[in-house]
Design a protein around this ligand. Sequence first.
Ligand code: ADP
Ligand code: ADP
Length: 232
Amino acid sequence: MIEISNLTKVFGSGDAATTVLDDVDFAVPAGEIFAVVGPSGAGKSTLAQCINLLERPTSGEVIVNGESLTRLDAAALRRARRRIGTVFQSANLLSRRTAAENVALPLDYLGVTKAQTRARVAELLDRVGLADQASKYPHQLSGGQRQRVGIARALALRPSVLLSDEATSGLDPRATDSFLSLLREVRDELDLAVVFITHEMDTIVKIADRVGRLDRGRIAEQGSVVDLLLDP
Ligand code: ADP
Ligand code: ADP
């Protein structure tokens, strides 16, 4: 379960202050896919960075399984980040590392043994259907395959929340559909709370249980996909 509570982000100060997120409020229970949709400039990438704890909100909270992750010291913040796995736009893989090495990255920093890492990476790549691509470099993979590696890496530390930040932007329709089915499968298997951020209205229709429409930093409305589409 992730709760975004009265989240506000202001960049700059005084006359130059820009309010990019204004009192954003929503909750995503385990097992649900909540989409945040909005046009360019609405504040989606700032919201994504607040959710995965790369940006500190000006006020408000990010709460995972009842614990606020917003005002932590550096050590606690590092631990808290493990609870949220992120799949980025264009996967954001290291180009000089193989698929397996990219998936292993989050484990490398934890002092996990080589044998444990190897086993976990194999399991994750198998889960996303890429067991036979482990030694490929990102440029040897298709865009869809790279996003699957991104999912495997995001799941490496067994998060309870999965954040998808424009992860299907740039994928063709077939790769998008296959990414969405994989997302749904891992959501079901791992009982993840999924926050799916996108500017693509047609994608949320296929994936979202509920939707929040972000408009100039505010959640203008939230509800089922049908509610949102029927609203004039
Ligand atoms: P989106 O991802 O929906 O396109 P962003 O979160 O990137 O939206 O940006 C929302 C608004 O916040 C934009 O007007 C952008 O110029 C502004 N913005 C983003 N980051 C900063 C920053 N570091 N300083 C000042 N303004 C920013
Ligand atoms: P400050 O808040 O001190 O002006 P920053 O916003 O850049 O500066 O954050 C300082 C440090 O806090 C950075 O190392 C950043 O990674 C970390 N940080 C960012 N977001 C959070 C958060 N949600 N909770 C705790 N620390 C955070």
